[in-house]
Design a protein around this ligand. Structure first.
Ligand code: ADP
Ligand code: ASP
Ligand code: MG
Length: 426
């Protein structure tokens, strides 16, 4: 008998039929003697709909009230799934984050889980109940409802699995695993049987939305066995095994694969949510970077890539990227700083994307960066910014080249192989 945490995303919970299908799968696991905790997302589109309602009231909604509202999508789906399970004879109970003791800090809309009280969950599981828990939410020390950031149900799933020392946390979604890149952008993307936590963390933080970054951090920190798999596969197929050892989907693991022919690059990630800000003609003096970036940091705007080039006339151009939704705010601040430091021009560009290649194999192979740049050049794609770390290389390019860049890199780094084996499903 195993203790399994299963998380079902928005598409998997998107219609009553799909919820009934999820119930069938949960029933099979439960019938075979496993203890099951199910974490669910709101129906797909629901959280966006709720955010839209708030925006129709005010551009700057109060964060506490926003969380109070956007957490309700998950409250609907927990009850619908519990009803579905009861209607097919399974003893199930729905709970909000607060009801299962998920305590967070008070950072509304991006709260961090501080503790989980596993006592009541264990009692319910020992009594033979399936527990259905609302993802994406918790309560702060004062009892206020908080949410964990977009895509946060993944983190709820992993956090519950860590607290309960579950045998596996299964993330059921609308693709059948983690692919070499988003299969919606590159049809030749190949499903990975295994990927290391380190690589998955890079891919998630560089834009692969298949798992929320924090869920991967959490799983790595607490050694939670984590698997990504499809909720659309037949619940009676290989996803289920009486010994509990599932072999489908993608396992996120601490060890690199043993395949001798493993490619140097494991995956390609991209992020459409970035914008670039340029401060041109700044005097090239000590302290300038700090003068430019301090007000940005003080305004809580996260800076990603930074490039500075010095011109022959002794001035410098300073370029950096921020989240697209914060470009206007950053530009406003920069215009003021620009005047103070005597910059020639301040501009913003929100028609860029960041494309990254990721792989632990990079550590032991030279020439990966030059291969990346040559591939992009041969497609006529201009690189605007570059940043590297031990296991990734990122470039900023014009957004119109996104698909071309991803597909060309996918082929160049030999990731197209055996693409016929698995397919994305939605
Ligand atoms: P859910 O609603 O189940 O949480 P998400 O939309 O958050 O699902 O995540 C699944 C989606 O992630 C897929 O439909 C796919 O388009 C996208 N995706 C991005 N990068 C990858 C990748 N490397 N492998 C698989 N899916 C990816
Ligand atoms: N419903 C939330 C969102 O859309 C959380 C989640 O789906 O994981 O971001
Ligand atoms: Mg998701």
């Amino acid at each position: 008998m195993a203790l399994i945490v299963q998380k079902y995303g928005g598409t998997s919970m998107g219609t009553p039929e799909r919820i009934l299908n999820v119930a069938q799968r949960v029933k099979r696991w439960h019938e075979h003697g496993h203890q099951v905790v199910v974490v669910v997302s709101a129906m797909s589109g629901e959280t966006n709909r709720l955010l839209g309602l708030a925006k129709a009231i005010t551009d700057t909604p109060d964060p506490r009230e926003l969380d109070q509202m956007i957490s309700t999508g998950e409250q609907v789906t927990i009850a619908l799934l519990a009803m579905s399970l009861k209607s097919i004879g399974v003893n199930a109970k729905s709970c909000t984050g607060g009801q299962v003791g998920i305590k967070t800090d008070t950072s509304y809309t991006k709260a961090r889980i501080q503790s989980i009280d596993d006592g009541s969950m264990r009692r319910d599981l020992d009594a033979g109940q399936v527990l259905i828990v609302a993802g994406f939410q918790g309560v702060d020390p004062h009892g206020n409802v908080t949410t964990l950031g977009r895509g946060g149900s993944d983190t709820t799933g992993v956090a519950l699995a860590a607290a309960l020392k579950a045998d596996e946390c299964q993330i059921y979604t609308d693709v059948d695993g983690v692919y070499t890149t988003d299969p919606r952008v590159a049809p030749k993307a190949k499903k990975l049987d295994r990927v290391t936590f380190e690589e998955m963390l890079e891919m998630a933080s560089l834009g692969s939305k298949v798992l929320q970054i924090r869920s991967v951090e959490f799983a790595g920190k607490y050694q939670v066995p984590l698997r990504v798999l499809s909720s659309f596969d037949n619940p009676n197929d290989g996803a289920f095994d009486q010994q509990f050892k599932t072999t489908v989907g993608t396992l996120i693991t601490t060890e690199a694969g043993t395949d001798m022919e493993q490619p140097i690059i494991s995956g390609i990630a991209f992020n459409r949510d970035e914008a670039k800000l340029i401060v041109r003609g700044v005097p090239d003096q000590p302290g300038i970077a700090s003068r430019i970036l301090s007000p940005i940091g003080n305004a809580n705007i996260e800076v990603d890539m930074i490039v500075q080039n010095v011109a022959a006339d002794g001035t410098t151009d300073f370029t950096f990227t921020v989240n697209r939704s914060e470009m206007k705010k950053a530009l406003g601040l920069l215009q003021q700083i620009g005047q103070e430091i005597g910059a020639r021009e301040v501009t913003g560009d929100d028609t860029i994307v960041k494309v990254s290649i990721v792989g632990v194999g990079m550590r032991s192979h030279a020439g990966v960066a030059s291969q990346m740049f040559t591939t992009l050049a041969s497609e006529g794609i201009n690189i605007q910014m570059i940043s590297t770390s031990e296991i990734k290389i990122s470039v900023v390019v014009d957004e119109k080249y996104l698909e071309l860049a991803v597909r060309a890199l996918h082929t160049s780094f030999d990731l197209d192989r055996s693409s016929g084996e698995s397919r994305a499903q939605a």
